[in-house]
Design a binder for this molecule. Structure first.
Ligand code: UT7
Length: 323
């Protein structure tokens, strides 16, 4: 019997502190009008100094476990997508495992920047369909404020902090209405790594460095690659864009989201948008948006949900899920 990875529950955590565009006007030479018009962002959450990525990941994971009423002892894997781990090692994933009292099992971080959650979901799905795990906690968590140069107005107005989580469960496709992850497609093109990167790292400068982004070029590739990833998912599953109930894109810029929806001829009302109040939370953006739409009742069991992302690397990818 074919096994599929069903999303049992979702959860999220956003730091208490909200930073508005007018707060940013006091830090760098920018305006609320510029940030709103160019990115669609109005406010974002910023972690406290003593709040780490693992703290955010643990809170989101706990939320998903509680909402699904899931027995911690049933979890045999943790995969965390993050670009901003607390330490070079150990992983954020082992901290989540320990904090939630999960049993010994696989635990590791995945680093694919803004595409990280799609990479982590695909990896977890592959463990499950290979029969090597039964229930995996997949988390996207970022403290992007820790690698932003707060004097660089071209990036500091965009990135933000938060975490989202899902619990994936191995189920027999035939007995569950064909729910679960139906396909994943992952890509990277390392020749374009200099479009978006940090100017540091453990084996080069010895510190994490700050984000450098050639925004205009990244924008151009973002629309093309995200639309390609979506089209590939549709073709692989023999479904039309009109069959998709919800598109949950990476939340980098409202103009990228709208342009992608237009290119795919998808109704913008079927697109989950959180960029206005979350900003760009990198690997956390998709699970945060997914959870928001599940929690407010938009996304219902049995619906077709398409996740897609693009980020540094450049990396991009998609996942089609029957929720
Ligand atoms: O999440 C991973 C993937 N990342 C993305 O997908 C981000 C993709 N890129 C973008 O979202 C957009 O390119 C940005 C929002 C980053 C920038 O928007 P843009 O329309 O591409 O603006 P631009 O970079 O072409 O800059 C236009 C002008 C420049 O001034 P000049 O050269 O025209 O005089 C910038 O210096 O806006 C200026 N500018 C700002 N002005 C006020 C740049 N940042 C700011 C700012 N406030 N914060």
């Amino acid at each position: 019997m074919p096994i599929q990875s069903v999303i049992l529950s979702t959860g999220s955590y956003l730091p208490e502190k909200i930073m508005t565009n007018s707060d940013l006007e006091k830090i760098v030479d920018t305006t609320d009008a510029w940030i709103t018009q160019r990115s669609g962002i109005q406010s974002r959450h910023i972690a406290a100094d003593d709040e780490s990525t693992a703290d955010l990941a643990i809170a989101a994971a706990k939320d998903a476990m509680e909402r699904g009423n899931i027995d911690p002892l049933s979890i045999d894997g943790v995969i965390v997508a993050t670009t901003t781990p607390d330490q070079t090692f150990p992983s954020v994933a082992v901290k989540v495992q320990a904090a939630l009292g999960l049993p010994v099992g696989l635990a590791f971080d995945v680093q694919a920047v803004c595409t990280g959650f799609v990479y982590a979901l695909a990896t977890a799905n592959n463990f499950i369909i290979a029969g090597q795990a039964k229930r995996i906690l997949v988390v996207g968590a970022e403290k992007m404020s820790s690698i932003v140069d707060w004097t660089d107005r071209t990036t500091c107005v965009l990135f933000a902090d938060g975490a989202g989580a899902v619990v994936l469960d191995a189920q027999e496709a035939e007995s569950n209405g064909n729910r679960g992850v139906l396909s994943t497609h992952l890509y990277a093109n390392g020749t374009m790594r200099d479009l978006l990167y940090t100017n540091g790292g453990p084996s080069s400068t010895g510190d994490a460095g700050h984000i450098i982004m050639h925004g205009r070029e990244v924008f151009k590739y973002a629309v093309t690659y995200m639309a390609d990833a979506v089209n590939e998912a549709l073709a692989a599953n023999d479904v039309a864009a009109a069959d998709i109930d919800w598109l949950v894109p990476h939340q980098a810029n409202i103009r990228i989201i709208e342009a992608t929806a237009k290119k795919l001829d998808m109704d913008i009302n079927k697109v989950v948008v959180t960029v206005d109040h979350h900003g760009n939370t990198s690997a956390a953006s998709i699970p945060l948006a997914l959870h928001e739409a599940v929690a407010d009742g938009r996304i219902q069991q049995g619906q077709l949900v398409l996740l897609e992302a693009m980020g540094g690397g450049l990396t991009w990818g998609s996942a089609l899920v029957r929720f």
